[in-house]
Design a protein around this ligand. Structure first.
Ligand code: AR6
Length: 174
């Protein structure tokens, strides 16, 4: 059975070892899934983000950092910063793939077996959803080919367009 699953729902209610946040470089919160994660997870997450910022000055697009998950049904939140869509000629696909690979690496390093992702960059950052689904599924598959720690990756889609696009990439008929 495939280790990659797709569901429609709210990532803040998804139980996993690690939940990935589509953050921004400041790591200090924002709208969309980032706002929902900080709201539901509580101030412990922001406290750890502030410490990371003090230590390393934020997070660049494609990179990932890990904090507690506070009150969320997870052990960790992995904050990654997606690319802002700029037409596709600024290595957006490479940066988006890095988000998935670096998040999975940090999850595996921390012993996580089950990890949940939102559709990074497909909201405020404007990445076309079909294109983002191609990149995310390919990056997750590539990673899992070389990893034995992670047993389950759940892509949690908030809207039908992302859900259908990821299902298509996974070869699931809805
Ligand atoms: N659960 C799962 N997915 C969600 C949820 C949720 N609770 N809420 C929204 N989404 P976005 P980005 C979906 O805008 O494009 C923030 O302000 C949403 O429908 O959250 O990477 C950050 O601070 C969309 O498909 O993230 C950054 O400044 C997907 O999550 C900026 O937005 C990503 O949408 C990052 O933009």
């Amino acid at each position: 059975m495939s280790k990659i699953k797709v569901i429609k729902g709210d990532i803040t209610t998804t139980a996993a070892d690690a939940i990935v946040n589509a953050a921004n470089s400041s790591l200090l919160g924002g709208g969309g899934v980032d706002g929902a994660i900080h709201r539901t997870g509580g101030s412990a997450i922001l406290d750890e983000c502030r410490k990371i910022v003090a230590r390393q000055g934020g997070c660049k697009p494609g990179e990932a950092v890990i904090t507690t998950a506070g009150n969320l049904p997870a052990k960790f939140v992995i904050h990654t910063v997606g690319p802002v869509w700029n037409g596709g000629n600024r290595n957006e696909a490479g940066t988006l793939a890095n988000c998935y690979v670096n998040s999975l690496s940090i999850a595996a390093e921390n012993g996580c077996q089950k990890i949940a992702f939102p559709n990074i960059s497909t909201g405020v950052y404007g990445y076309p959803k079909n294109e983002a689904a191609k990149v995310s599924v390919a990056a997750i598959r590539d990673f899992l080919r070389h990893d034995s720690t992670i047993l389950e990756v759940i892509v949690v889609c908030f809207d039908d367009e992302n859900f259908n696009a990821v299902q298509d990439e996974l070869g699931i008929t809805g």
